[in-house]
Design a protein around this ligand. Structure first.
Ligand code: CP
Ligand code: NVA
Length: 311
């Protein structure tokens, strides 16, 4: 098992990891997936809280199963059924949970809220999605690309859609692993400038590339991977459907768009998908879609992550 510098640390984003640490983690996930994680009991006798302030299927279930596989106990919490829902501060909640738990997996709104919580906690805190980033998703994404393409280096990864949390973590991961990343979004929906700048710096260090634009056919030209996500993330549910379709319509991942990509392109989506919006049924259910393997890989990537932090 890799001795990782993040042992005992928080995992709030991919920013602090360097490329080789990220690569070690993804390779370890691949090894644990192929060899099995039986006998790895790094959470034996330990308890991990799952605190979710937003909906989840994949993240919640895959973390619950991962903690169980590693011999630990899970405590599932939501703001609605804790005193958080009645106004107890996130700091006070963190201080108290640290007295019972050995780790806390958190899905919340602002990255600042997660950081305040992590600061108040004496135990490792793992980001299970914020408005800003979704680093556990990107671990599974890199594992999936490694499985399908053999090596991440030089892979042409094209993200099409909203410059959101999933896009931010994908850009960070791709540029740390030496990929050629393009991001195509509608005007006004670009990824955060500070994260773009950070990722441009990564390309200088890890020999990748990054181009951010507004032209999906150009963005996906010769792509090995085409990736999309919802046009409207959790917390933005009130966005007008017609306005969304008007600004995002050209950004749908469909057969016509994929005709610009490489012949053996793989299609990725973090799920849940909004069929007929950001992706067509034909593409999601087609033979180039990797989405079910990608969803499965959440489990394997998180087993490796938990091993890294608690092993
Ligand atoms: N991809 C993802 O995070 O899915 P859930 O919202 O179901 O956890
Ligand atoms: N961007 C989406 C991802 C869901 C897994 C959201 O934040 O709702």
């Amino acid at each position: 098992m890799v001795k990782h510098k993040m042992r005992g640390s928080d995992f709030l984003s991919l920013k602090p990891l360097d490329g080789s640490e990220l690569e070690d983690l993804v390779e370890e996930a691949l090894r644990l997936k192929s060899e099995g994680s039986k006998g790895v009991r790094s959470l034996s006798g330990r308890s991990v809280g799952l605190l979710f302030e937003k909906h989840s299927t994949r993240t919640r279930v895959s973390f619950e199963v991962a903690v169980n596989r590693l011999g630990g106990q899970v405590v599932v919490l939501s703001s609605g059924d804790t005193q958080l829902g009645r106004g107890e501060t996130i700091e006070d909640t963190g201080r108290v949970l640290s007295r019972y738990l050995d780790g806390l997996v958190v899905r919340t709104f602002g990255q600042d809220r997660l950081e305040v919580l992590a600061e108040a906690c004496d135990i490792p805190v793992i980001n299970a999605l914020t408005d800003q980033c979704h680093p556990c998703q990107a671990l599974a994404d890199m594992l999936t690309i490694l499985e399908y393409k053999g090596s991440p280096r030089g892979v042409r990864l094209a993200y099409v859609g909203d410059g959101n949390n999933v896009c931010h973590s994908l850009m960070r991961a791709g540029t740390k692993l030496g990929m050629e990343v393009t991001v195509s979004t509608p005007e006004g929906r670009e990824p955060l400038q500070e994260i773009v700048e950070e990722c441009v710096e990564n390309t200088g260090i890890y020999s990748g590339t990054l181009a951010v634009g507004h032209d999906p056919p150009a963005g996906v030209t010769d792509a090995d991977v085409v990736y999309t996500d919802t046009w409207s993330s959790m917390g933005q549910e009130n966005r007008d459907e017609d306005a969304l379709a008007a600004s995002f319509g050209r950004f749908q991942v469909n057969e016509e768009l994929l005709a610009h990509a490489s012949d053996d392109v793989m299609v990725m989506h973090c799920l849940p998908a909004h069929r007929g919006q950001e992706i067509t049924d034909e593409v999601l259910d087609g033979n180039r879609s990797a989405v079910w393997d990608q969803a499965e890989n959440r489990l394997h990537a998180q087993i490796a992550l938990l091993e890294m932090i608690f092993g």
